[in-house]
Design a protein. Sequence first.
Length: 422
Amino acid sequence: MGALALALGLAAAHGAVLAGAEAPVSAPDPAPEPAADKPSWSFGGFGTLGAVHSGERGADFTSTILKPNGAGHTRRWSGDVDSRLGVQLDIAPGQRWSAVLQVVSEQGLDNNYSPIVEWANVKYQATPDLALRAGRIALPLFLVADHRKVGYAIPWARPPIELYNLVPISNSDGVDLAYRWQSGAVKHVTQAFYGRSVVKLWDGASAKARGLAGIANTATVGAATLRASVFSSSLTIDILRPMFDAFRQFGPQGAALAERFDVDPKRATAWSAGASYDPGRWFVMGEFGSMNTDSYFGDRTSMYASAGYRLRDFTPYLSYARTRVHSATRDDGLNLAGLAPPLAAAGAALNAGLNAALIAVPVQSNITAGLRWDFSPNYALKLQLERITPRGGSPGTLVNTQPGFRSGRPFHVASVLLDFVF
């Protein structure tokens, strides 16, 4: 069976994958040696139909910052926040070689549902414990990173956005190596990866992570799983390039501000550590992560903790999450003293733009309660309620903020979703 089929089979059985307790979906399977070099293939898919309501009218709630709008200001109820459809083809032409192609359709920044290639890689199983892959590969940065888009395989409506928006990209184009090993009763999967990722933004802008290199280790013992990961890349985000080019026209002080805050390029580093325990009837899990960019994009830490209890086909759960900023959220900017009125006005506008970018770095807390109902094989209905509080003048993880938005005011989000696999 393919990696997706394995993950979904575990989820359907209420296995530990619901709390991220199984080995990563994208890690090489230590399958027994086949008797013959016979080709095989499998095809499957997954999807989510969701409706989300937000009580905040001054901005939009979304599942990722890589969406243009959502529930709240644009429309009170939105079907775009979580809805998606994905298909996956796994091919194994021989004993050591295999390939996977996963295509996902969901709302993009251009506000349409054009299918995108999420995974497309070839794997060579050098030994039962060592595998190498090349192509588009899932980034193993968080506990459920390997199946973050497969709603059926996670307990919540969506992965906690406070943490998972630290690194909103989910894959890279490159290579990785995965090695399985054991230390006493503890089983390990260690992955080293290298590649690049490009995300198209608005108006022709883009975010590029070059030389994206990292390592992750997943350890399992009994019902417990721990994953730690770290990566570094050369990050370029050119969406504010016109503003920083204008700063550079103001001589040394403007050039210094541009050098300090522009992401062109900057060394970005991120790390995360998470643990889950899932003996079957209940689960508890939590993660902590950090992202440092030394730019207007901010230096942040995020965390969440979640627990649930399974009552036959029902799984009620609770979560708490938060994200904080540890870099400047305001700067004096250009010294306008002595400038001619037209230049002073232009400089004041640039200072305002810089501070708007700095204050936009997410700071918020989130209390979540939800219920999952596995009412039929391969189908799960979820109801989730959240109380979200943006803090420190920040809009939190909201997008499309309007002039009347006020930070510090809690709002509520209600989500109803149908997750399925086939």
